[in-house]
Design a binder for this molecule. Structure first.
Ligand SMILES: [Zn+2]
Length: 726
């Protein structure tokens, strides 16, 4: 499916998990975000800063008025044009410039990108690698073969056009046949989940906050079109715009399905009326803002509790009879107000709204697996949502440009197996896993020596480290991601995309049900290993170092130890540090939001965070432009703790080549940004790359001493002014 969605800082940011998808809450978006990591043209991932140049907000000031070379305490060397062959470079003045000058002068920003550097190169490589996989020999492995076959079914436009919108029309007609509230109940309760057009709520498995070894079913609001639920309470201009874009798309699809223009307009109105009514209550309204923490346990509802707030809605019957979930003693309800509201709305009077809501959401869900015309309409809709020009859609180039990422939508894990077989190996996994263990041991030392926390808090921090889930390159076992139960006919055997799609939807549904009913698997991956990314997931207390990240300049089997520590090692240590930054530290060893801090220690910790934020607030990328230190404190904290970790390891090594290490660390961040990209980076949670080098390294005596940096040098920072939190 679709190109990744990208407004401005779109994509995946570790920890904060901000995903600025241009559309509301849809399964499509989840998958699009996942693939965004790999298409990364459009993604901002944890370590990746490879945004494309389109969809970027225009600079507020015209670039002609700004002298970009006026940054303090360092010139922003990331900006194109700021560094020239004549620019003097001295490690004591601007280390990042000194280390990276030659590289910066040689970098060129690739077409369609707003920046250049290692991560752009690795992203381009990942794209090319993944395309190539589908043109090699037919794989023997069952799952890899499914991915391979699905790719060619996606690209089989003659068959797709022959099928047209007929299968969707059949599903729509069933919903049109709902004439009473009893019919609606009947539809929900008796249609297997994978065969329903849509539902009035959504569900997913998550960890039981009371019994972390078990899974629990989390029930949430239904799908909705607009990006933010708040739009339904108070519409912004952007909300109006999105509504208009979806209306255009739905109108055309409905006409294709045989409705008149007037009927279509009415149905779209009905759908938005339902979404507005269903999202009319503010889930945060009654929240007590006095506490930094919310407690996951407060969201647990027994069966009776749940039935008490939804007596009118066939919620449990649908889950158990149609979806096949076992009856459970308790459920996790993220937003009880939604269900109370739904209970009021589930009436005969609202039947036309509910019906048309199911139809509109179903169309949006499935249009892109139908014919070429529908596919183009979905693509155009996504482009418009991203404020981009529509793509030049072309049936001939589709396999090269889009099919290879569309195959991820339902078969990402099969694609992942194909990728891992082709581009990485168990020796790499073992080497990097050892590195993870070494870094965790060093982090223990950091916690040992932290003088601002009591032994009680220290015990909570140790527990987080001891329970950290370590996910390196790819899953240890493919079994949980297996498609062994799926079979569909390949193109040459007369198969169609629609049949394959239905088979995969059924599989996906069954997988969700079994996930919610078994023990909670902390080691399960939510993102595909071919992503050019690393992350820390607070709700799992786990780090993820994806195979797509350990490529190119970041990692190759012959890499020296110093470079390995600087590139992959610092990345791993950075992710672990997120367990102990302002946000991640709110979660306990099991990934639940539980406070493991004493009041006094927490206050001291937050004070250190304030000092860190203030340090960035005092810097400027160019004259007159501020940074938002508060926004960046989590990432800056992680960068600094990461280097501290590696320096602890280095201290125990004989003949550790510090120069090689510090230069490799700087090299990792060498980049070249367009001015538009600089504007995007101002909003990002990561400090700009030159600061990730300079402001991080200057915290440590090992660095200052090695290069003889002392008071009076621009790179010098007095011990009392240093801001590393750990
Ligand atoms: Zn981070």
């Amino acid at each position: 499916m679709k190109k990744a969605i990208n407004i401005f800082a779109a994509g995946i940011l570790c920890l904060s998990m901000i995903s600025c998808s241009a559309a509301g809450n849809h399964p499509k978006e989840d998958a699009a975000e996942k693939s965004a990591e790999t298409t990364a043209v459009e993604s901002v991932s944890e370590e990746t800063s490879a945004w494309n140049s389109s969809g970027v907000p225009a600079a507020e000031n015209s670039s002609e008025e700004i002298d970009y070379t006026t940054g303090t305490p360092w010139m922003n060397i990331d900006l194109i044009g700021n560094v020239t062959a004549d620019t003097p470079a001295d490690p004591k003045d601007n280390f990042a410039l000194w280390a990276n000058k030659d590289r910066i002068l040689s970098l060129e920003i690739p077409e369609r990108y707003g920046t250049a550097g290692d991560l752009v190169d690795i992203t381009i490589k990942a794209d090319a690698d993944r395309k190539a996989m589908f043109h090699g020999p037919v794989p023997e492995n069952h799952d890899a073969r499914l991915a391979y076959d699905y790719y060619y079914l996606l690209a089989d436009w003659d068959s797709r056009d022959a099928v047209g919108v007929v299968p969707l029309k059949e599903m729509v007609d069933v919903v049109e046949g709902i004439k009473s509230l009893d019919d609606m109940t009947e539809y929900l309760v008796n249609t297997p989940g994978e065969n329903r057009l849509c539902c009035l709520w959504t569900q997913e498995a998550r960890q039981d906050p009371e019994e972390p070894g078990n899974s629990i079913l989390s029930l949430k609001y239904g799908y909705y079109f607009l990006q933010d639920r708040a739009e339904y309470r108070e519409m912004t201009d952007e909300g109006e715009y999105q509504k208009e874009v979806f209306t255009t798309f739905l109108q055309k699809m409905l006409v294709k399905l045989g409705y008149s223009e007037e009927e279509a307009a009415q149905k779209i109105d009905n759908c938005f009326a339902w979404e507005t009514a269903a999202n009319s209550n503010d889930p945060d309204e009654e929240k007590d803002d006095s506490s930094e923490f919310t407690n996951d346990i407060d969201h647990l509802y027994t069966r009776d509790d749940l039935m008490a707030i939804t007596p009118n809605v066939p919620l449990l019957e649908t889950l158990e009879k149609a979806d096949g979930y076992p009856a459970m003693d308790k459920y996790y309800i993220q937003d009880p107000v939604y269900f109370e509201n739904l209970n009021e709305l589930y009436t005969e009077e609202n039947l036309p709204l509910m019906r048309d809501y199911l139809i509109m959401e179903g169309i949006w869900e499935m249009a892109d697996v139908l014919d070429w015309e529908s596919y183009v309409l979905v693509s155009e809709c996504f482009s418009a949502l991203n404020h981009e020009e529509p793509p030049k859609s072309d049936r001939e180039t589709y396999p090269e440009s889009e099919a290879y990422s569309d195959v991820n939508m339902l078969l990402g894990w099969a694609v992942a197996q194909l990728y891992v077989e082709n581009y990485t190996n168990p020796e790499d996994k073992e080497r990097i896993s050892k590195l993870v263990d070494e870094i965790i041991a060093a982090y223990r030392g950091i916690i040992d020596e932290a003088d601002f926390i009591s032994d009680e808090t220290r015990a909570g921090a140790y527990a987080k480290l001891d329970h950290l889930s370590k996910n390196v390159l790819y899953p240890d076992s493919w079994e949980p991601y297996s498609f062994e139960d799926v079979d569909f006919a390949a193109k040459e055997d007369g198969g169609t995309l629609w049949e394959a799609y239905r088979a995969l939807k059924k599989h996906e549904h069954g997988k969700e049900v079994s996930k919610a009913s078994g023990p909670y698997d902390k080691t399960s991956w939510d993102s595909f290993p071919f992503g050019v990314n690393c992350s820390y997931e607070p709700a799992v207390n786990g780090i993820y170092i994806y195979a797509g990240f350990a490529q190119g300049n970041n990692y190759h089997p012959g890499i020296s130890d110093e470079e390995l520590y600087a590139k992959v090692g610092a990345g791993i240590a950075h992710e672990i540090s997120h367990a102990f930054d302002a946000e991640g530290s709110k979660y306990d060893k099991d990934g639940n939001m539980n406070n493991w801090w004493t009041e006094e220690d927490r206050a001291a910790f937050l004070k250190r965070n304030e000092k860190l934020a203030a340090y960035y607030n005092a810097m400027h990328p160019w004259e007159g432009q501020d940074f938002d230190g508060d926004n960046m404190k989590g990432e800056a904290c992680a960068d600094m703790a990461a280097v501290k970790c590696i320096l602890r390891i280095a201290a125990g090594k004989e003949n550790f080549d510090y120069d090689k290490f510090f230069r490799a660390f700087a090299d990792r961040y060498a980049c070249l940004d367009t001015p538009q990209m600089a504007m995007v980076r101002l909003e990002d949670v990561h400090p700009m790359n030159y600061l990730r080098v300079n402001a991080t390294l200057q915290q440590y005596d090992e660095f200052l001493d090695f290069y003889g940096i002392t008071e009076g040098d621009n790179m010098y920072l007095a011990p009392e002014d240093r801001v590393a939190i750990w």
